[in-house]
Design a protein around this ligand. Structure first.
Ligand code: FES
Ligand code: FES
Length: 162
């Protein structure tokens, strides 16, 4: 079957199998920033935004995304133009091996797009599906608090336009 998806603001068309999940389609099509690990909805490495809401792409059928918009971490910012969350993760030492980071950044963006003044508990809840085996979670918590503070100071109220 053929599906049309807007990925990081670019319209794409893919031929997919009815039982293919988004994670496999995205990686096959070169979106290697989306990571796979457990393939069971447990680790959060594969998190993307589907119409702005975080989903596990390993559990989401590609066909379900037909006609919808996806955002991967690359659509939020990249090395040349990191967004405030990516900057905060680096500055707070919240990145080690980096494998969990695409999913963690995406979950943090979903939270901060809704709430630029989250409590620590709200951050923990928003990111409780994003496992990190390297950093412990305090640095990532500090990073999101720092990004939220920066957003409030900037007065933009949005992590990015994407
Ligand atoms: S690979 Fe999707 S949640 Fe782990
Ligand atoms: S930085 Fe290695 S798993 Fe999180």
């Amino acid at each position: 079957m053929t599906i049309k998806i807007v990925i990081n603001s670019v319209q794409r068309t893919f031929d997919v199998q009815p039982d293919e999940v988004l994670l496999d389609v995205l990686r096959r099509e070169g979106y290697l920033e989306v990571k796979g690990s457990c393939h069971a909805g447990d680790c959060g490495a594969c998190t993307i935004l589907l119409d702005g809401r975080p989903v596990a792409s390993c559990l989401t059928l590609a066909a379900k995304a037909d006609g919808h918009s996806l955002t991967t971490v690359r659509g939020i910012g990249d090395q040349a133009h990191p967004n405030v969350i990516q900057d905060a993760f680096v500055k707070n030492g919240a990145v080690q091996c980096g494998y969990c980071i695409p999913g963690a950044i995406v979950s943090a963006k979903a939270l901060l797009d809704e709430n630029i003044n989250p409590t620590e508990d709200e951050i923990r809840l928003a990111m409780d599906s994003n496992y990190c085996r390297c950093t412990g979670y305090e640095q990532q918590l500090e990073a999101v608090l720092s990004a939220a503070e920066q957003l409030r100071e900037d007065g933009t109220g949005k992590v990015s336009k994407k």
